[in-house]
Design a protein around this ligand. Structure first.
Ligand code: DX5
Ligand code: ZN
Length: 213
């Protein structure tokens, strides 16, 4: 299991220290939540602050766009050279074009699904993307409880990926902790995002290690 700590749960006034703690603890990616106050009722940090991360750390970035009009945001975040950019299927009228745009920057495109969204909606696009991000809480805030029906959805998504013979990873985001990690592993999840569980733990290494099963 690959582990991507979510910066949303970090202390924003001590970002450098916070990032250092999870990088040194052996995380695989750094999950960055971008919010616009429209698609979700919250805001986070923008590109001016995030631009410093690749200068200081050698860790792949996993950018999760929770925005309307992802088109503009892709141009803003591409200079950070992230590994993944995820866009929400619910916010994009022209998903296919957005995916092509992310790919044109040599960045791996991913699509995020809100808890109510059927994975079948990705049937004709699964072969064009590198990852599906399954939201296991309602997007916008950290520290919420894991929505149990996400497991059934991940099982359906996995079947679809196999059926389409797609080379597509599954990432789960929201309410991930040491209690549900085994279940997520069992249904074939490749990457988990951990916000409050990791940053709320005094020993970051212990927290990250407990998810790397
Ligand atoms: C929620 C974000 C998540 C969030 C996860 O909108 O997409 O990445 O930070 O936080 P936890 O792990 O606390 O649910
Ligand atoms: Zn996220």
């Amino acid at each position: 299991m690959l582990v991507a700590p979510s910066l949303l749960a970090a202390n924003f006034l001590r970002l450098e220290e916070e990032i250092k703690s999870v990088v040194e603890a052996g995380c695989d990616l750094l999950h960055v939540d971008v919010m616009d106050g429209h698609f979700v009722p919250n805001l986070t940090i923008g590109p001016c602050v995030l631009m410093e991360i690749p200068r200081l750390f050698n860790i792949p970035l996993d950018i999760h766009l929770m925005v309307e009009n992802a088109d503009t945001f892709i141009d803003l975040y591409a200079p950070l050279r992230p590994h993944f950019i995820s866009v929400h299927v619910e916010s994009e009228r022209h998903l296919c074009r957005i995916i092509q745009k992310i790919r044109s920057y040599n960045i791996s495109p991913a699509v995020a699904l809100n808890p109510h969204t059927d994975p079948q909606t990705l049937k004709y696009i699964l072969n064009d993307i590198d990852m599906v991000l399954v939201m296991s809480v309602n997007p916008g805030f950290g520290g919420q409880s894991f929505i149990e029906s996400s497991i059934e959805k991940i099982v359906d998504l996995k079947e679809l990926i196999i059926m389409k013979n797609a080379n597509c990873l599954i990432e789960v985001d929201g309410g991930v902790n040491n209690h549900n990690i085994a279940m997520l592993k069992n249904v074939g999840v490749d990457i988990v995002v951990g916000g409050s569980y990791i940053f709320g733990h005094r020993d970051r290494k212990e927290a990250i290690t407990s998810l790397k099963i």
